[in-house]
Design a protein around this ligand. Structure first.
Ligand code: ZN
Length: 206
């Protein structure tokens, strides 16, 4: 199973468990505060799992890509429990005024799980001394936004964080070839030169 398959499964289980807590709260078996505590702990646990999954998947990808054994890089991405509790509290407090409370809660649980994996993946790519850059590995059925971000497989320097959206499972595919920096540097020089020419033209026209 691929990173993405496992991440989606992890998302599914998280949604299931979080909705069970919501049902118990609705049935009066859990208080609002108890539900907030349980949901945020659950999502935090899933986030930690997504981070570990991203770190191991990246290590495997780097091992295959460089044909040398690459260990797991610790990305330092950890669940922010305070932020999680705040987010869950806001959603639970307002969810009954939305047309689809369960959908709203489910999306929150899934998106936060995916986001932790995405953060760790990007951070790992950035931290690996073997990696020069990345190109977007599109999720199946990628949305228009992601296809646009893909730019026909363009490689970006590793310091450039891969753009993402809620619920996105695209990953930065490591690129090992040197010269990504110089390519973008050249492009930068070119655009600078164009700007100077344009400025000059604007001045001579004005
Ligand atoms: Zn995407």
């Amino acid at each position: 199973m691929s990173y993405r398959d496992i991440l989606v499964k992890l998302g599914d289980t998280t949604v299931e468990k979080v909705l069970r807590i919501y049902d118990l709260m609705q049935a009066g078996e859990l208080t609002y505060l108890e539900a907030v505590g349980l949901m945020s702990t659950l999502i935090g646990t899933s986030q930690a799992k997504a981070v570990a999954l991203a770190e191991t998947s990246l290590a495997a990808e780097l091992t295959l890509g460089t044909r040398t054994a690459v260990g797991v890089i610790s990305t330092g991405v950890t669940p922010d429990m305070k932020k999680l509790r705040g987010g869950v509290r806001v959603v639970l407090a307002t969810v009954n005024s939305t047309p689809d409370p369960e959908g709203r809660i489910g999306r929150m649980a899934r998106n936060l799980t995916y986001a932790a994996g995405a953060d760790a993946y990007s951070e790992g790519v950035k931290r690996s001394p073997l990696v020069e850059g990345w190109e977007r590995n599109l999720e199946p059925d990628a949305c228009q936004m992601c296809v646009w971000w893909w730019r026909d497989g363009r490689a970006w320097p590793k310091d450039h964080v891969m753009p993402s959206h809620k619920g996105c499972t695209c990953t930065p595919k490591p690129v090992f070839e040197r010269g990504i920096h110089s390519v973008t540097a050249k492009a930068r020089v070119r655009s600078n030169r164009d700007r100077i020419i344009q400025d000059r033209e604007a001045k001579s026209n004005g």
